[in-house]
Design a protein. Structure first.
Length: 211
């Protein structure tokens, strides 16, 4: 991942949380459109984060646990991991694929979900949705209150076999989150082995756990 994008993603992490989990928490309700469910749930997630920043010391663990419960119930980790590993996914055994999904989930958790301390009341503008067959796109803009800057963010969703919409990618200013991980993984795999990739991911997770 390019350094400038990496920094930007970290800055936007709380906002990504806001929209991603907002959508996820209502994804089981197939009667509403994707954008309606995002809007409704955004209010509830905003309330959760607003309460958190009032007392971050005692509420952080509880808040993170609530967010991860929502994510695990509704986030399509396998689809994201599969797309991130790209053509190398088919080369892996079933057990290796399962392990990779778990590791990828933990990467996302550490990189984004754990960054809620930087939340500062960002606002979200919903610009519309597009649904085509089993795929949907929700377009938004994120307004930072301090600088008043606008950042376009697109959420890609897939309708699963049980008619549940699931998020499988986030695009920030035209740059795909999944594609960035895919670039990193491909770069490693082209010059090294799959076991080396797994080692690097585990080392990264171990390093993050000590912070």
């Amino acid at each position: 991942m390019r350094s400038s994008l990496f920094i930007k993603v970290l800055v936007l992490a709380p906002v990504l949380l806001l929209i991603i989990f907002a959508y996820s928490s209502f994804s089981a309700d197939s009667s509403s459109s994707p954008i309606d469910k995002v809007k409704k749930a955004t209010e509830e997630i905003t309330k959760l984060l607003d309460e958190y920043i009032k007392d971050p010391q005692s509420r952080k663990a509880e808040t993170l646990n609530k967010l991860m419960v929502i994510a695990d119930q509704n986030f399509d980790w396998e689809e994201m991991a599969k797309r991130a590993l790209s053509r190398f996914w088919k080369e892996r055994t079933s057990e290796e694929q399962k392990e990779f999904v778990i590791l990828f989930r933990d990467l996302i958790k550490n990189a984004y979900i754990g960054k809620i301390d930087s939340y500062s009341g960002e606002k979200v503008i919903f610009e519309g949705e597009t649904i085509e067959d089993n795929y949907a796109v929700v377009k938004t803009k994120i307004i930072t209150p301090a600088k008043g800057t606008e950042v376009p963010v697109i959420y890609r969703l897939k309708n699963k076999e049980d008619s549940t919409w699931m998020i499988y990618d986030v695009v920030i200013e035209g740059v795909s989150l999944v594609n960035n991980y895919r670039d990193q993984f491909t770069s490693i795999l082209q010059g090294s082995s799959y076991s080396e990739l797994i080692k690097r991911i585990k080392d990264k997770l171990a390093q993050d756990s000590k912070k």
